[in-house]
Write a protein that binds this ligand. Structure first.
Ligand SMILES: *[C@@H]1O[C@H](CO)[C@@H](O)[C@H](O)[C@H]1NC(C)=O
Ligand SMILES: *[C@@H]1O[C@H](CO)[C@@H](O)[C@H](O)[C@H]1NC(C)=O
Length: 336
C-alpha cells in the first residue's frame, strides 16, 4: 500500500533506485571476478604491491643518478662524508641509498631497541611456516633478535655462526633452544677451514650445502666489514645466471670503513642487480656516539627484501620454488 503510493507519486525516484541497486550488484560481482582472475593468474594483490614498490624504487634510482651528477659527476670524486669546509654540500653517503622499497607487510622491530634488534618485514608470514629457516652471522653473545624470532614463530629454526663466541647469547629461552644450532666459525667470501686455519671460515654456499638447505627465509649478517667480499662472492653466480637469491630478506649491518664512494656504489648496485631492495635503514648512532672524536658515521643497518623469485615474503605460492632450477640441487624439505 505504502509502496504503491510512492510508485504512483514518484515513479522516477523508484526507477533511479532500481538502477542504482543494479549497478551496485554488477560492480560487486565484476570486482569479485577480477579478483579471482588475479589469484588465478598469479597476479595476486601481493604481487601488484611489489610491482608498485618497484616503480617507486626506480624513481629513487633516477634521483641517485641525479645526485651523483651534481656532486661528481664521476663517482670517484664524491666524498662519503664531505669535509667541514665550503661549499658544504648538503649530503652524506647514506643519502644516496635510501631504504625506499615498501615492505608489503607489517614491519616490526624484532629484538632489542638499540644494538641487537633488527627491522623485519612480514614476520607473520613465517609464524606458522614448518620449513622456516633463519641464519644469523655475527652473534656476539647478544641474541634478543633470535629469541624473539623463536617466540613469534612455531617452527623457525635458527643457525648461528660467530668465531668470536661459543654460544648464542643468554636471551634464548631454554625451552626453545632445541630450535637453535650454533657453530663457532666465521662467514667469508671463500672457504678456509683447514687444520691451519684459525678461525675457520666458510662461505654461505658451503654452510647451506652442509646443512642441506636450499633456501633461507631470514638472513642476518653483522660481520664487521667482511660483508663486502662475502656478499659479492655469494651473489655473483646468481647475477650471471639470473636466478633469484635463495633468501627472502636480509638484515645487514654495513661498515664502510676505508671504502670509497665508488666502491660502495658498485657493490650496492650489485646487490640491487641481484634483486635486493632496502625497506628500512638506520645509522648506527651508538657506534658514532662512542667514537665521536675520531669517527664519521661509517655504520648503518639496512633491511632488504629479496624482490626476485617467489620467496614467502613476495609470493603467496612460495612452494612453487621447488620446481625452479635452483631448487633442484637440494630438496627444500630435506631433513636437517
Ligand atoms: C623441542 O622440544 C619441545 C618440547 O620439549 C618439543 O615439543 C619440540 O618438538 C622440539 N622441537 C624440535 C625442533 O626438536
Ligand atoms: C683503514 O686503513 C688504515 C690505513 O690503511 C688502517 O690502519 C685501518 O686499520 C683501517 N681500518 C679498518 C677498520 O679497516
Amino acid at each position: 500500500m505504502q509502496a504503491g503510493l510512492v510508485w504512483r507519486r514518484n515513479p522516477r525516484y523508484i526507477v533511479a533506485l532500481l538502477v542504482t541497486i543494479s549497478i551496485t550488484i554488477y560492480i560487486l560481482i565484476f570486482s569479485n571476478i577480477r579478483h579471482q582472475d588475479f589469484e588465478g593468474e598469479g597476479n595476486s594483490e601481493l604481487e601488484l604491491r611489489i610491482d608498485a614498490s618497484e616503480e617507486r624504487y626506480n624513481k629513487v634510482l633516477r634521483s641517485r643518478e641525479g645526485l651523483i651528477r651534481i656532486y661528481g659527476p664521476d663517482p670517484k670524486d664524491i666524498y662519503l662524508f664531505p669535509p667541514d669546509i665550503a661549499p658544504w654540500p648538503p649530503y652524506t653517503v647514506w643519502d644516496f641509498f635510501p631504504a625506499a622499497f615498501n615492505c608489503p607487510h607489517e614491519i616490526e622491530r624484532v629484538g632489542a631497541l638499540g644494538d641487537g634488534g633488527k627491522w623485519v618485514c612480514g614476520l607473520s608470514r613465517v609464524a606458522e611456516e614448518p620449513n622456516c629457516i633463519v641464519y644469523s652471522f655475527g652473534v656476539n653473545y647478544e641474541s634478543s633478535f633470535e629469541a624473539e624470532v623463536l617466540k613469534s614463530t612455531k617452527y623457525c629454526q635458527i643457525w648461528g655462526y660467530d668465531f668470536s663466541v661459543s654460544t648464542f647469547g643468554p636471551e634464548i629461552p631454554e625451552a626453545l633452544s632445541n630450535r637453535t644450532h650454533f657453530r663457532a666459525v666465521g662467514l667469508a667470501g671463500e672457504n678456509t677451514y683447514g687444520p691451519e686455519d684459525d678461525p675457520p671460515m666458510y662461505t654461505l654456499e658451503t654452510l647451506m650445502h652442509n646443512n642441506g638447505h636450499s633456501h633461507i627465509d631470514i638472513l642476518k649478517i653483522d660481520i664487521e666489514k667482511w660483508e663486502f667480499e662475502t656478499l659479492s662472492a655469494f651473489i655473483r653466480p646468481y647475477i650471471s645466471s639470473g636466478r633469484p637469491l635463495p633468501f627472502g630478506q636480509l638484515q645487514l649491518e654495513i661498515h664502510i670503513w676505508n671504502k670509497t664512494f665508488e666502491q660502495l656504489l658498485r657493490w650496492w648496485e650489485s646487490l640491487e642487480a641481484a634483486g635486493l631492495r632496502p625497506f628500512w635503514t638506520e645509522p648506527n648512532l651508538v657506534y658514532l656516539n662512542y667514537h665521536r672524536d675520531q669517527a664519521t658515521p661509517d655504520l648503518a643497518e639496512y633491511s632488504f627484501l629479496n624482490a626476485k623469485g617467489n620467496n614467502i615474503f613476495i609470493s603467496d605460492h612460495p612452494e612453487d620454488q621447488s620446481s625452479s632450477s635452483y631448487r633442484e640441487v637440494h630438496h627444500p624439505h630435506a631433513p636437517v
